[in-house]
Design a protein around this ligand. Structure first.
Ligand SMILES: [Zn+2]
Ligand SMILES: [Zn+2]
Length: 311
């Protein structure tokens, strides 16, 4: 945790409406129902499948499509994307994307809605969206999608997709599927998603000068289907791929690429050659710097040894 975590604003407790807070923590607490079901690997697979399906709803839909318009699709599939994202129980696509656009606009300034360096770890991780004043969003931040009535309807009724999804899981696999496919999976999905607001602005490496605290972190990239390449993303946020190089695993991008082969999505925006080359150059310089530091350390060690032997 960073040093600012001790400065989490107490305002969270005071401003969030009690009912919303109670409901939020009750849903979080349903993860404890895992103790009512005997463990099985099949159920783990159900949880993992449910996790990745809805993680794609956040990364491919809410983030790369609705927040950054990094590819195009049909109006029907756009609605499907918003629906899948909504199944993750992280409010509606318009709400999510409008706030996320603000995050990029004001990254790590006082106006950033979830900067760990400004407001503390837990605030950036999850407490920010429990605040009463973040229940709304400004339509002017997202005019390109706000114009669709079906999206506005889904945003107002963002509880319908998760509810129908939970019912479907129950109908198909009973209580055990509901517990693993919904309660356990949603709990982990939520915290994994929020690491991008919190951890990926604290831990990892910096390639580009993005004028904020964003980092690249391979572990977060694996957990979040490619979102861990957050420093790349903050530097060139309209790119559909956040892993800029072949060795930067980005599952969301691979899925979108496959969908493009079938004509379901198109016009995938890629980072310009200039950015790619700049990244290669910066990596090379970093490597050379590190090699130089290692060499200097070695030289100091050798010098000390010689001094010891000569005395
Ligand atoms: Zn960020
Ligand atoms: Zn973004």
């Amino acid at each position: 945790m960073n040093s600012a975590s001790s400065s989490v604003e107490p305002v969270v407790k005071e401003q969030a409406p009690l009912l919303f807070l109670v409901l939020f923590f009750l849903v979080q607490a349903t993860v404890l129902t895992v103790f009512t079901v005997p463990f099985s690997w099949t159920l783990v697979l159900v949880a993992v499948g449910s996790y990745f399906l809805r993680m794609f709803g956040i990364t491919g839909a809410y983030h790369r499509y609705f927040s950054h318009a990094s590819f195009k699709t049909s109006r029907v599939f756009q609605f499907v994307l918003a629906w899948i994202g909504s199944m993750s129980m992280q409010k509606g696509a318009l709400w999510w994307a409008a706030h996320h656009r603000n995050h990029h606009k004001y990254s790590d300034t006082e106006k950033d809605i979830h900067s760990p360096s400004r407001k503390g770890f837990w605030y950036s991780h999850m407490f920010w969206f429990l605040r009463d004043d973040y229940n709304d969003y400004e339509a002017k931040l997202i005019p390109d999608f706000y114009k669709y009535p079906e999206l506005r309807w889904l945003d107002r009724n963002h509880w319908i997709p998760p509810l129908t999804y939970a019912i479907l899981l129950y109908v198909v696999g009973g209580w055990a599927w509901l517990v693993y496919g919904y309660a356990v999976s949603t709990f982990i999905l939520g915290h994994a998603t929020w690491t991008i607001n919190s951890l990926s602005h604290v831990y990892g490496s910096v390639r580009f000068e993005s004028r904020d605290t964003s980092k690249n972190n391979v572990w977060l990239a694996l957990l979040t289907m490619g979102e861990g390449w957050h420093n790349n993303h903050h530097y060139y946020c309209s790119s559909v791929n956040q892993g800029f190089y072949w060795y930067e695993i980005d599952i969301t991008y691979y899925i979108l690429k496959v969908l493009s082969w079938f004509g379901i999505v198109w016009d995938l925006k890629k980072p310009p050659k200039k950015v790619i080359e700049e990244g290669i150059q910066r990596d090379r310089l970093k490597k050379e710097e590190m090699a130089l530091v290692r060499k200097q350390k070695q030289e100091i060690k050798t010098k000390k040894k010689v001094e010891v032997l000569s005395t």
